[in-house]
Design a protein around this ligand. Structure first.
Ligand SMILES: O=C(CO)[C@@H](O)[C@H](O)COP(=O)(O)O
Ligand SMILES: [Fe+2]
Length: 231
């Protein structure tokens, strides 16, 4: 699979019409990935779907899957999402017993691997392990629901991660998820994010293609360091 360049826009189908999922997947054909929020009503107080539904999404999606597992016991369940063909599988650091071994297992199966941090989880614990992951997801809301307000207080964590990745020459993608929309994507891009999840901002738009293009344009204009390049 050829990987899309930054900035990447990944609409979350948590805000899609679950009864018309195939229609809504087609509506985001211009996106880089489809962000699939798997919730177990245990790790987070909400329930979405499991591997059977994700397999159907995988079979019909026009874009690769960026699966976000908000589930307990990630060590046991996460590999199965890589095995059903997801391009990327992100699990939560707070839900894994041995995150490094789990990351290696997901990569061995053939998927990209991401690790997600809840707002209260510090990023420093990942600094020595950046290259074990293809993506680090900095949650900009408390996981569990779409339509929440963006948490600006997550920007220092993101900036520090960007600085650390640069210092170590790491190519890890930095993803943000929660409250991303015109008006918030700018500061997330400036702080160092290169991959953006947006649910309600995309599926709540009257013109989805235009909204995806707008988010991509704003992220490009405000990309970390862009001002120094005069872009
Ligand atoms: O993982 C989650 C929520 O826990 C996200 O992926 C949401 O689905 C994002 O929704 P918006 O905040 O963009 O509406
Ligand atoms: Fe998500």
């Amino acid at each position: 699979m050829s990987l899309p360049d930054a900035p990447r826009i990944n609409p979350s189908i948590l805000s899609a019409d679950f009864v018309n999922m195939q229609r809504d997947l087609e509506r985001i054909a211009g996106a880089d990935f489809v962000h699939v929020d798997v919730m177990d009503n245990h790790f987070v107080p909400n329930l979405t779907f499991g591997p059977q539904m994700v397999e159907r999404i995988q079979a019909t999606s026009p874009v690769p899957l960026d699966v976000h597992l908000m589930i307990s016991d990630a060590d046991r369940w996460a590999p199965g999402y890589a095995e059903l063909g997801a391009a990327s599988v992100t699990f939560h650091l707070e839900a894994a017993v041995d995150p490094i071994a789990l990351a290696r297992r997901i990569r061995d199966i053939g998927a990209r691997v991401g690790i997600a941090l809840k707002p209260d989880s510090p990023a420093e614990q990942l600094y020595d392990h950046l290259d074990e992951f293809d993506q680090i997801l900095v949650m900009t809301v408390e996981p569990g629901f779409g339509g929440q307000s963006f948490r600006e207080d997550m920007m220092p964590k993101l900036s520090a991660l960007r600085a650390e990745a640069r210092r170590r020459g790491s190519e890890v993608w930095l993803q943000v998820d929660g409250g991303i929309a015109p008006g918030t994507i700018e500061q997330a891009a400036a702080a160092g994010a290169d991959t953006f999840v947006a649910g309600s901002a995309v599926f709540g738009a009257t013109d989805i293609d235009a909204r995806i293009a707008q988010l991509r344009s704003l992220a490009t204009q405000h990309a970390h360091g862009a001002d120094s390049l005069g872009v």
